[in-house]
Design a protein around this ligand. Structure first.
Ligand code: OMP
Length: 270
């Protein structure tokens, strides 16, 4: 099953638009992990098992693993998700983009080494840098459009022929890069107005929306501005607010409660 099929099925069957972000920071793990040599895997596994029923996708962020030399933990974590929660697709957040010959290696990294179902991609280098990802029709390609950070507008709002660059990115991806129907866009929850504009441009294209929780984005504003016509179309990501909901022994229950609360909050406005 392709990433897009799995995502749509998950939206319908589990009735959730929550993407659970997996951004390990060992300093924030509960004290019980201090002596665990495999803490990065074990903590994330527990979070995954506790939150899977509320998740339309999991999104491990690669730098959080690579900086710790924990690539092996990432490999095993994604394998664990596929084995135990095969209905929940995995988006590897690596924001790649390079000349085509190098991009091929990033494609292998995401899809063959880590076995992710989708990957985040930076469009700055243009179509040929994204093409090796786009060619893997069964995998998702989630392209940065209007990111959640305070400086997003520095480049993404630059005027390009009377329209901001991020709107051009949205148009290009929806109309030119999506030949295999495997594209999605990243638009931050911190920008409700831009979410509305992007939704108007891209029709039913799925949007990955990070920025609720720790970055302060508002779920109601996201849903009312950016849901698709059938009340889906969104992967609303929260990482730290779920992962570190409690630093006590109840970390897994607290993560599940946070994911459930976000799901319910989102569903109230769909
Ligand atoms: O591509 C992303 O996932 C992403 C894009 C963006 O515009 N903003 C953004 O925060 N992210 C990622 O989404 C996650 C947000 O984490 P929290 O702020 O803890 O929920 C991090 O892994 C970021 O790297």
């Amino acid at each position: 099953m392709s990433f897009m099929q799995a995502l749509r099925r998950r939206w319908q069957q589990a009735d959730t638009l929550v993407c659970v972000g997996l951004d390990p920071e060992p300093a924030r793990f509960p004290a019980s992990f201090a002596a665990d040599a495999d803490a990065v895997f074990a903590f994330n596994r527990d979070i995954v098992d506790a939150t899977a029923e509320f998740a339309c996708a999991f999104k491990p962020q690669i730098a959080h693993f690579a900086a710790l030399g924990a690539e092996d933990a990432l490999t095993r974590l994604i394998a664990h998700i596929h084995a135990r929660h095969p209905e929940v697709p995995v988006i590897l957040d690596s924001k790649r983009g390079d000349i085509g010959s190098t991009a091929q290696h990033y494609v292998s990294e995401a899809f063959d080494r880590y076995r992710a179902d989708a990957v985040t991609v930076n469009p700055y280098m243009g179509r040929d840098s994204a093409q090796p990802f786009l060619d893997r029709a069964e995998r998702g390609v989630v392209v940065l459009c209007r990111t959640s950070n305070p400086g997003a507008g520095d480049l993404q709002d630059l005027d390009v022929g009377g329209r901001p660059l991020y709107q051009r990115v949205a148009e290009k991806v929806a109309n030119e890069w999506n030949g295999h129907g495997n594209c999605a866009l990243v638009v931050g929850a911190t920008w409700p107005e831009q979410l509305r504009e992007v939704r108007a441009i891209v029709g039913e294209l799925p949007l990955l929306v990070p920025g609720v929780g720790a970055q302060g984005g508002d779920a109601q504003a996201v849903v009312s501005n950016a849901k698709s016509a059938d009340g889906t179309g969104l992967m609303i990501n929260s990482s730290r607010a779920i992962l570190y909901a409690s630093s006590g022994d109840d970390y897994a229950e607290a993560a599940a409660a946070a994911a459930r609360a976000l799901r319910d909050d989102i569903n109230r406005y769909r």
